[in-house]
Design a protein around this ligand. Sequence first.
Ligand code: ADP
Length: 351
Amino acid sequence: MKNLNPKSIAFYISLMVAVTATVVALTTRSMEINDALSCFVVFAIVFLISYFMIYVALERFIYRKIKLVYKTIHNLKLNRFTKDILGKSLRSEDPLTDVQQEVQEWAEDSHKEIEGLKKAELYRKEFLSNLSHEFKTPLFSIQGYVHTLLDGAMDDGEVNKHFLEKTAGSIERLCNLVNDLEEIAKLESGEEQLDKVTFDIYSLTKDVFEEMEYKAKISNIHFSIKKGCEKPFYVFADKDKIRQVMVNLLDNSIKYGNQDGNTIVSFYDMAENILIELTDDGIGISEDHLSRLFERFYRVDKSRSREQGGTGLGLAIVKHLIEAHGQTINVRSKVGVGSTFGFTLSKSAES
Ligand code: ADP
């Protein structure tokens, strides 16, 4: 009974009607039992008439309407996913099964699409509320400092400098936030192109160490390259973007490091990639935070991050940059022991 079409449905129903009509004719004694010819004539006439009527009714009133629904859904899908559907015939011998399949696929696609839209909506709401919160904190601080100065603190030589320094700190935080947001927006819109070149990641790391030395000195954190890794490792990547990745990760190792701590960078030659690992002996991160660490505005210790001028976007930018290279980044960490951030880059073919 699978794959019924109008002809077979009409055939089966007509057969039942014809048999019933013949039996009724026999039982009402309008025919003699042995009148085989009469039996056959009644059966044949009833069968042919009902077959014709049922077939026409099915074709006209039901199948045409179903075919119309099928074509509408099919065309709707065709418009959306032209490539997937091209090649499939619109006219089928078995429209009922086709309709069933198409409707099922259509419902599944629509369900996925709705789920995606719901997620995007939630993401947008969360992002907006995070954003307003991030802007509100330094703005309200600036407002408070300026009012305090205007209310008389300006004339007190001891405190006015202190309030102006605090105001400058909050303004710097706002600038960092705007810069990081701009970077994320560029990365997400895909408008930022990668300018891949061959370079030595070991030399780049030494350059970034020098650039950040002044900051590391404040907490007396010592940067070094792991023994055995002090040699060139050529990668094929966007040098400026990878510099930013190194800056963000080293900056975090200072912000979340302990006084007199150590940050060690190591390089590993894999089959096609170079693995770069940055290990610190800082405060560490507990297991339950690790899966969300690369999300925008996700912080483990909010007050420490803000105190250190963090925007909560550093790791999100790092992840975007590494993924734009078609590579991955991961983290291992233990509270009180330290953290290791590792990412891969393509090995240069020239090396
Ligand atoms: P932030 O601007 O707050 O530093 P990030 O995106 O760079 O934002 O980091 C997100 C959070 O991950 C930080 O707030 C901090 O809690 C945690 N984190 C990042 N790096 C480290 C690290 N090396 N050691 C411990 N915690 C870290």
